[in-house]
Design a protein around this ligand. Structure first.
Ligand code: MRU
Length: 313
């Protein structure tokens, strides 16, 4: 398993995901501000991984700056609730127990991914062609992954023939990171442009869609990487199961619905290299009614019992 983070001798080492797969560059973060910056610019990314990074980032704070460092780290990105969840736990532990708390969060999140993979793999039939979006593997989680961990476990069971990897514009977490992870393991895949999903589903070469999540509201609405909602609409149209895999740290009981989830808007320059006006939304909301099932470490939740396609069918 690739580890995107390493805490060593009072420094958090971050594998710079903006440079992958071309080169493996490790950033040395010695202060909470450096960790917050690494999170903001997506050197470390993926909901569980940014929670773990922020937890270690807070453990780097001086006792006098502890609360302020917590605020800085929690504000580094707005959508994934794992960030706030992890920071709040380390704040509650206090400066003297912060490192121990961060290590506990990392272990908990790793263990969760193993359980998610086991539960999720039970949903698969035989030799499925699976479409996924963004990157939800080890890089995004510090463990075996959420959606990608499920895919790997199902593949090891002979239940996956091929993965369709949406390139995930604008920063290409699919074509850069997911493709890199799948190739290392040897799982057959093809990268497709995000806009290919409709054609693939209309040709009946997608048996299942599985994605991760950055926040799941109390009503089951799911925030995930921009482009996830259109996949859910298409899957519904074509009667294809649409599965969300996420640890319980991604579920936010304090956010009633998807409309209450803040959507990150990033620098327009990421979208338009020529300086034209642009809007760069990083996430979208998939309404609960389009989600067939949510897989967490605690098991499979049938998101719309009796309403959508049966996840176990
Ligand atoms: O902007 P990113 O790359 O941090 O977005 C990540 C995603 O949207 C993932 O799908 C999500 O965090 C689930 S990862 C286990």
């Amino acid at each position: 398993v690739i580890a995107p983070l390493r805490y060593e001798d009072g420094v958090l080492l971050v594998l710079d995901q903006t440079r992958l797969p071309a080169e493996e560059v490790w950033l040395r973060c010695a202060t909470p501000a450096e960790v917050a910056d690494a999170i903001a610019r997506l050197a470390v990314r993926g909901a569980p991984a940014i929670g773990v990074a922020a937890a270690y980032g807070l453990a780097l704070a001086d006792a006098a700056d502890f609360e302020a460092a917590g605020r800085l780290l929690a504000a580094a990105r707005p959508t994934a609730v794992n960030l706030r969840w992890a920071v709040n736990q380390v704040l509650a532990a206090g400066p003297d127990a912060a490192l121990e708390a961060a290590r506990g969060i990392e272990q908990r999140e790793r263990a969760a991914t193993r359980r998610i993979a086991e539960h999720g793999a039970t949903l698969f039939g035989s030799q499925e062609r699976v479409l996924t979006h963004c990157n939800t593997g080890a890089l995004a989680t510090t463990g075996s992954g959420t959606a990608l961990g499920v895919i790997e476990a199902a593949w090891r069971n002979g239940a996956v023939a091929q993965v369709w990897v949406g390139e995930t514009r604008p920063l290409n977490q699919g074509s850069r990171l997911t493709a890199w992870e799948l190739e290392r393991v040897g799982i057959p895949f093809k990268v497709v442009t995000d806009s290919s999903a409709g054609l693939l589903m209309s040709r009946a070469v997608v048996d299942r869609v599985i994605v991760g999540a950055d926040r799941i509201a109390a009503n089951g609405d799911v925030a995930n990487k921009i482009g996830t909602y259109p996949l859910a609409v298409l899957a519904h149209r074509h009667g294809i199961p649409f599965i969300v895999a996420a640890p319980t740290s991604t579920i936010d009981p304090d956010t009633p619905t998807g409309a209450d989830i803040p959507i990150e808007e990033r620098d327009p320059a990421e979208v338009t290299p020529h300086g034209h006006a642009a809007a760069n939304y990083a996430f979208d909301i998939t309404p609960a009614e389009l989600v067939t099932a949510i897989v967490t470490e605690d098991g499979v939740i049938d998101a719309n019992a009796g309403k959508g396609p049966d996840p176990l069918a």
